[in-house]
Design a binder for this molecule. Structure first.
Ligand code: TXA
Ligand code: MG
Length: 322
């Protein structure tokens, strides 16, 4: 098993990399981040360049703990503080009004800033040693599947990028984002923390994104996508659709919640099970594995409609969007 901290020598190299204004990848409990010194606009620009990400898409600043918040945000409401106290460190990101000295490069020109305190031991070790904020989107090319293993990051960006290896990410889906910029806190992206968990702390949290909510440009319809076309299929249609491809002699990959109903040379079948946490944990690794097969299509069995599946459902819908 990979150690949950890195050696002093590797940490020295990581800190030197950040201080030199260069990029590195590091694990969090959600997905791997592509990090840069958040106080150095030139370093942050390199993130956008390497990812191929439009400069209008703001990035999350990672900090060690809530005491560093005032460096980045202003007018933090009592509700925001309650959420921070409940879910930091963890898979949770707050969108707040930005402090005056925060660079527009981080915020995509908006007056708001996204902040997260991750709990992965290596992320915590890195933030403690660095002292400042680390800007980090997911460590993947723009619009592509997020990485949940160090090897995924290398597949995206090659071997020249320093990657701190923290084995597989515990949650495997990106953080829950809540905007506390307006009076009513608003869920912008479902993730490791569910709406019920948020409401248990602050009952007012809204799950409906209204029109004047701050835009979260990462929430483009098409996102988290492999290259192979993805089709979401209802459970009762799965066998029929898989058979139709086979009859045409077309290879497919299937991501299902049940054992294979269709063993033949044309079909590669992954049973991801019916536990939403385990399913989410391995979703991106499964998508990457299926994408590599180069099949005609990826068929994904529709997951249940209840809240425990909300984050998974959201990512599947985006992965399948045309
Ligand atoms: O789990 C995560 O959140 C991972 C790890 C590395 O922390 N990060 C991540 O970053 O998913 P990224 O850049 O791939 O997604 C961040 C999302 C994007 O949809 C972005 O538009 C949104 O957060 N966002 C960032 N700043 C924002 C802001 N000021 N207002 C609204 N949305 C914002
Ligand atoms: Mg991303």
């Amino acid at each position: 098993m990979t150690s949950q901290i890195v050696s002093p020598a590797e940490m020295d190299q990581a800190i030197a990399t950040l201080r030199a204004g260069e990029l590195l990848a590091f694990p969090t409990e959600t997905v791997y981040g592509l990090g840069a010194d958040a106080s150095n606009p030139d370093a942050v620009r390199k993130i956008f360049k390497l990812k191929g990400r439009p400069s209008s898409h703001p990035v999350i600043v990672h900090i060690q703990d809530v005491t560093q918040l005032s460096r980045w945000a202003r007018d933090v409401s009592p509700m925001a503080m309650k959420l921070a106290a409940a879910f930091w460190p963890g898979p949770f990101t707050l969108v707040l009004k930005r402090a005056p000295q925060v660079s527009e490069v981080l915020t995509g020109g908006q007056d708001t800033i996204a902040i997260r305190v991750p709990r992965h031991p290596i992320a915590q070790q890195l933030l403690a040693a660095f002292g400042g904020g680390i800007a980090a989107p997911s460590a993947n090319r723009f619009g592509h599947v997020s990485p949940t293993l160090a090897s995924h990051v290398r597949d995206e960006f090659g071997d020249s990028l320093l990657v701190l290896d923290g084995a597989d990410c515990e949650i495997g889906l990106e953080s829950t984002i809540v905007s506390c910029v307006m009076d009513i806190p608003q869920l912008l992206r479902p993730g490791g923390i569910t709406l019920s968990q948020l409401r248990a702390v602050v009952p007012a949290v809204s799950g409906v994104v209204t029109q004047d909510a701050p835009r979260a440009p990462g929430m483009l319809d098409k996102h988290y996508s492999p290259d192979t076309p993805i089709h979401l299929i209802h459970s009762e249609d799965l066998r029929q659709v898989a058979d139709d491809y086979r009859r045409k002699g077309q290879q497919i990959a299937v991501l299902a919640m049940q054992p294979s109903i269709n063993t033949n040379n044309f079909t590669s079948w992954i049973n991801a099970g019916d536990n939403p946490l385990a399913y989410g944990h391995s979703l991106y690794a499964n998508l990457r594995q299926m994408d590599k097969l180069g099949t005609m299509a990826i068929l994904i069995e529709q997951v249940p409609g209840d809240e425990s599946w909300q984050a998974v459902r959201d990512r599947l819908q985006r992965a399948a969007a045309k």
